[in-house]
Design a protein around this ligand. Structure first.
Ligand SMILES: [Zn+2]
Length: 149
């Protein structure tokens, strides 16, 4: 007991290097880590090598725009165990949009979505995953379709 101490404030911790996420972030900042949060969102991820801080796990992607949420709209199996997060709302990082399709990254995989109705075309059970209404609105505002004529 008491053999661990927070690397930032020095308070004893159970087993972790920091008391909590705040101390973790404060330590990265004190060490000169760069904050890269273009949308002003809270820091969610810290690069272990250079201490850079990001608002999304994939916020370090050079084309990162903003996080979007995707939702499962299908039927959730009755026998799904409580611990299984498969059908929970997910935060994807938007990296590309031309007004028609959107490309996101989630847990190191790419996903493609139709901006017209928000449905996915490359996800597991893809016909049942959809970009949330608030995220779709934001995408359409930021990447309006330019109709000719
Ligand atoms: Zn601490």
């Amino acid at each position: 007991m008491g053999s661990h101490h927070c690397l930032h404030c020095g308070n004893p911790t159970e087993v972790a290097n920091y008391c909590d996420w705040n101390c973790n972030v404060a330590h990265a900042k004190a060490a000169g880590g760069k904050v890269v949060c273009p949308n002003g969102l809270p820091i969610m991820s810290i690069n272990a090598i250079d201490g850079s801080m990001y608002e999304h796990e994939h916020g370090d992607h050079p084309d990162y725009k903003f996080p979007i949420t995707v939702e499962y709209t299908g039927e959730i199996p009755d026998d799904l165990p409580d611990w299984d997060p498969s059908f929970e709302v997910k935060d994807h990082a938007l990296i590309y949009c031309d007004g028609y399709i959107a490309i996101t990254i989630y847990e190191c995989s790419h996903y493609m979505w139709k901006v017209s109705d928000g449905t996915g075309s490359s996800t597991w059970r893809h016909e049942e995953w959809k970009i949330s209404d608030t995220s779709l609105e934001r995408i359409r505002e930021r990447f309006p379709v330019q109709y000719e004529g």
